[in-house]
Every structure is written in C-alpha cells, then in structure tokens.
Design a protein around this ligand. Sequence first.
Ligand code: AMP
Length: 282
Amino acid sequence: MELVSLPSEMRRIAEDLRRRDGTIAFVPTMGFLHDGHLALMREGRQRASVLVVSIFVNPSQFGPNEDFERYPRALQKDLEKIERIPADYVFAPDTRAMLPADTETWVEVTGVTRGLCGAHRPGHFRGVTTIVAKLFNLVQPHIAIFGEKDFQQLRAIQKMVHDLNFAVEIIPHPIVREPDGLAMSSRNAYLSPKQRNEALALSQSLFAARELSAAGTRDPDAIVQAARRVLDRSADIKLEYLEAVDWETLAKPSAHRSMLLAVAARVGDTRLIDNIALHNPA
Ligand code: AMP
C-alpha cells in the first residue's frame, strides 16, 4: 500500500494505472475511520482491480462556527485499518495543496442541495462537490463508493457527475449501524456515554416511521409525526430538521413514490444526521 500526498503524484499514478487497463475504485473519506468507511472500501476492493482511498478533512465544507479544527484525526490508525482491506493507494493531501488560497473555481449543485442539510449549512455542499470534483480529476476512478448515511451528499454527487459528464459510476452503499441502531459516524467520538444513549432516539425514530410505513401508512405527515413522537421523548436532543422528502429528488414527497425520512439533530454540541428509505411497495 502506498501513501501519496502530492496531488501531482496521485494524478501521475492514476494515469499510469489507466494506461495499464486497471479499473480504479475510489472511496473518499475525511478519515477517523470506522466500520462504515471500511465497508465502502471492501465494496470497492471487490468491484475493481485497484482501490484508492482518500483522507482529507475538507475545510471548505465546514462553516465558520463548525468543527473543522477539532474534527477527529488519526492518520496512523487509519492507515493500519486500510492496510487490512487492503487498499493499493491512500491519497492524503495537505490542505493547501488541495485547496490553494488563490482558488477561484467552485462546483455548485443547486436543486438537491437546497433543503435538509443544505438549508442549515450554507456553502457545505459547494465545498463537498468542489473537492470531490478535484479528487475525481486526480484519482480518475471508474467507480466511486459513497455512503447513504450522507444521502443528500450522495444525490449531490450523482447530480454533479450527471450534469458535468464525469466518467465515473457512483455506487451507493447502505448505512452501516452499530448493533443498537446508531448510524456509525466519526462524530460519534464526541459523545459522552450519556449522550450516546440519547443519540439512539434518532435511529429509533426512523425505525418507528419505517414500521408505520410498512404497515401501509404512506401519508408523509403521519410518518413524520410518528418519528417526532420518539424524538420528543429525549429532552437532550435539539432537532434541526425531521423531514420526509422524495427519495429521488429530495423535493416534496408524494405518498405514491418512495420517500426518504431524514433527520439532523444536536446532542450536546454534536450534530448528528441519519435517514431511512421508505420505499413504495406498489
Ligand atoms: P466521511 O469521512 O464522514 O466524509 O465519510 C466518507 C464516506 O463514508 C461517505 O461516503 C459517507 O457517506 C460514508 N459513511 C460515513 N459513515 C457511514 C456509515 N455509517 N455507513 C455507510 N457509509 C458511511
């Protein structure tokens, strides 16, 4: 496994691999890896001859009052975990090499980034899509795996790839959860044991809604209310949003189409997100 830090070097390696007919799978991450990240890597490993993983805590996707500075970092431990997959290359560029101070070009997806997290984190998705576009140019993957944990991010990347004709196939990967249901996240490391217990209400609210939907209730408002009742039991959860949206477009839902129920909340200072697909069985 080779650690690459220079963007120019990553690009040279990718061009070389492409010339030799290798198929490149790519898993971009911000590091502090957990089993959710590793599941994406295993999927990439199976689907292609070469696996590239990136670790880059992207400052442009954090707002001025967000946790960029204190975001957990553990490069050595991460490398040990990736070695066990194994990946072929780990691309871990410097902040300034990836995002020079004189950057004037940004990639912005409009429609699907408007609601949900986009409404609460101005500029977040612009930061994500810009860096992912740059990573795609440097790594030149045939496929890239993204987790459904960040469902709106997945839709934004899919739209970017479609609109800008990137030659990469986006593979969604289901959310990996702890045995008790909590969606795995690097930010779970911020939670005290008590907060971690409180945080369970997020996934539990989604599971309650899924039960209702599976029993035949398709009214988005009734589904949101069922989830809300579970969240309301936890005094320490500050809800940012709880919304049912169309699973494809993330716009207004319809009882006749598949829906996504998405939640964002703060437990203490920690912002957590989760979601569940409520597919239309018809
Ligand atoms: P991050 O390091 O949080 O930027 O995440 C890197 C990739 O891992 C993204 O595609 C995430 O959606 C994905 N990911 C993070 N947590 C999970 C999870 N619990 N299950 C599945 N994918 C995840």
